[in-house]
Design a protein around this ligand. Structure first.
Ligand code: 58G
Length: 247
């Protein structure tokens, strides 16, 4: 997969992408990451990329022409059909389903804004999707773009090891994770749940599934409603709630 980031701080994006799962994906040739800087597409002596907002008010706005030129340059390098995605709090919420969708595409262009945002005409003419990581404001879109890259790249075939990818698929989808424990067996007077030391793999799997279901219900009830539980899952959830003093 080819990903281009349009950013005024390409070195920031490059640095983060050297490490961990994304870095490994680049080393293995599964991911090709490039950056385009709007400042390289300016024509004035000051290389101006921002200007004051029409209508007044605080802050600056990313200018149309240099950003559009950078996006068009990125498009020329990427496979046809690579969507342009603008990260902003005004976008639809980015989730695991969106990450899956993008992981099936040949490429994508991520537009990272700065200042108070970009000239809206850029969104109208060059952007295919506006996405948000959630209800909070960042000073720049780069960190949001990196989060999207990480979430998408770890779904590409051959990026995670067998162990890691096994944890993603199948039956835990749409639920929060179960709790994890490692050595020592007892720390600051707190013990690991006995079932995890039993060696009984069926019991362990059932316990983990129950924990995942239970904490999803307590923390994110709207996710449980989407799951449409069968009889067995409802019993497991009831068991969890009994054990946790709910009714
Ligand atoms: C308001 C504030 C409008 C993504 C900033 C536009 C990007 C949050 C997210 C902006 C972002 C998120 C300028 C800096 C976009 C522009 C960027 N903040 N929640 N900030 O995904």
């Amino acid at each position: 997969m080819q990903i281009a980031v349009v950013s005024l701080f390409p070195e920031l994006v490059g640095q983060v992408a050297e490490f961990g799962v994304v870095g490994r994906a680049q080393e293995r040739g599964v991911l090709q990451l490039c950056c385009e800087n709007p400042r390289d597409y300016t024509n004035d002596a000051h290389r101006t990329v921002d200007d004051r907002p029409y209508g007044g008010g605080p802050g600056m706005v990313l200018k149309y022409e240099p950003a559009a030129a950078a996006i068009r340059a990125a498009k020329q390098q990427l496979p046809p059909g690579s969507p342009v995605v603008y990260l902003s709090p005004q976008g639809n919420v980015f989730d695991q389903a969106a990450a899956r969708r993008f992981s099936g595409m040949p490429g994508m262009i991520l537009l990272a804004g700065r200042y108070e945002g970009v000239d809206e005409r850029l969104v109208d003419s060059e952007v295919d999707e506006e996405l948000s990581l959630g209800d909070f404001v960042l000073s720049g879109g780069e960190i949001a773009a990196m989060a999207v890259i990480d979430a998408v790249v770890r779904l590409l075939p051959g990026v995670l090891g067998d162990e890691e990818s096994a944890a993603q698929d199948s039956f835990m989808e749409g639920m929060l994770d179960y709790p994890h424990y490692t050595r020592p067996e007892r720390v600051d007077g707190r013990r690991v749940p006995a079932v995890l030391l039993s060696g009984d793999h069926a019991r362990i799997a059932r316990w983990r599934y129950k924990q995942a279901l239970g904490r999803t219900f307590l923390r994110r009830p709207e996710l449980v409603r989407k799951l449409k539980l069968d009889q067995e899952q409802r019993e497991l959830l009831e068991e969890f709630l009994n054990e946790h003093g709910q009714v």
